[in-house]
Design a binder for this molecule. Structure first.
Ligand SMILES: NC(=O)c1ccc[n+]([C@@H]2O[C@H](COP(=O)([O-])OP(=O)(O)OC[C@H]3O[C@@H](n4cnc5c(N)ncnc54)[C@H](O)[C@@H]3O)[C@@H](O)[C@H]2O)c1
Length: 311
């Protein structure tokens, strides 16, 4: 397939493009910023550029990952979010279904962030009695910032273009895979690597798995038509754990990973005392046939190997 990948110079894009190439796809990368993984330097909101790219390269499939995202809230105007995340998505969808286009599938990189409302976020610091179990059925969705609002609007554009034009579209609501510190780091007592390790239990995945989910999605989109998937490392938890995850998360983790305390102690790490939400990626496993390779278990195995010996 000849695949247009937007956001090809980014953290995800630079991992995704070589993987698609290894899977024998021809990739055209488009990004505002130059990189070895990008051929077209320009904006997805530039409709003429999107049109000529899709036409001239006879693109068969689009993976749309370019976005302004959470860190850009501090640096960009609200209208820039609308331009990139909404207008950009619309340009790509319109040119994908325009006469003469050869595009027969579209994958949109979305975010689990849009599922977290102000109320849910505020509840983290209140006296909630159980963790929130989050799957694709959760309603209502009331995104709390311009990032979530524009990503949700873009998801709706994807749905609309599937309904009105029959374009197969898969939406991947990806959990966090950024390498930076959490923007709430000041509220977290754990170090960056410790935090990321803990998050693999309920809200994180590796960038390699994020990329791989797109490789699988583009191969399945035509067959699946339209769907939305949460993409996160497989959680070991079950709904029945939600109360105890708030009361005593380390005890729940220990039930699933009896060796975790010893391994954590060796490197001076600690578990979060409470875990207030769990992203369930079960639907992606059942319907998309995708499961992350790297999760908490694999991280513990690495820790055991690095810190030497058995545990
Ligand atoms: N990083 C995460 O933890 C995370 C979590 C959930 C979802 N996502 C989503 O994954 C996607 C990729 O995220 P990332 O972490 O690689 O971000 P990134 O910032 O590293 O990459 C995004 C890329 O998009 C490009 N871009 C921005 N505006 C553009 C425009 N108008 N036209 C063309 N290119 C433009 C940027 O130059 C950048 O290279 C985004 O859609 C993001 O919303 C990321």
């Amino acid at each position: 397939m000849r695949i247009l990948v937007t956001g090809s110079s980014g953290w995800l894009g630079q991992t995704l493009v070589p993987r698609l190439q290894n899977a024998s796809h021809d990739v055209i990368g488009m990004d505002l910023l130059p990189a070895p993984t990008t051929q077209i330097v320009g904006s997805v909101a530039d409709r003429a550029l999107v049109r000529s790219t899709i036409r001239d390269f006879q693109v068969n499939a689009v993976i749309h990952s370019a976005a302004l995202h959470k860190p850009n809230i501090e640096t960009h105007e609200t209208s820039a979010f609308v331009s990139t995340n909404v207008q950009g998505t619309l340009s790509l969808l319109e040119e994908s279904v325009s006469q003469g286009s050869k595009v027969d599938r579209f994958v949109f990189t979305s975010t689990t962030s849009l599922m977290i409302s102000r109320e849910i976020r505020a509840a983290r610091s209140r006296n909630v009695t159980e963790a929130l179990w989050i799957d694709e059925e959760m309603t209502p969705l009331l995104p709390r910032n311009i990032y979530g609002v524009t990503k949700f609007a873009a998801e709706h554009l994807c749905r609309l273009f599937h309904q009105t034009h029959g374009l197969p579209v898969l939406i991947l609501r990806t959990a966090r895979f950024f390498p930076e510190e959490d923007d709430m780091a000041h509220e977290i007592s754990q170090s960056g690597p410790n935090t990321k390790a803990n998050e693999l239990l309920f809200r994180r995945l590796s960038v390699e798995d994020a990329a791989e989910s797109h490789v699988v999605a583009i191969s399945k989109a035509a067959e699946l038509g339209f769907d939305t998937f949460i993409i996160s490392a497989k959680t070991p938890f079950h709904r029945g754990d939600c109360r105890q995850l708030i009361a005593d998360a380390p005890a729940v983790v220990e039930r699933y990973f009896p060796n975790y305390r010893g391994l954590y102690a060796r490197v001076g790490w600690t578990m979060f005392q409470r875990i207030d939400r769990v992203y369930d990626s079960g639907k992606a496993s059942r319907i998309l046939g995708f499961e992350c390779r790297y999760g908490f278990k694999e991280m513990l195995e690495e820790l055991a190997a690095k810190s030497g010996g058995r545990d």
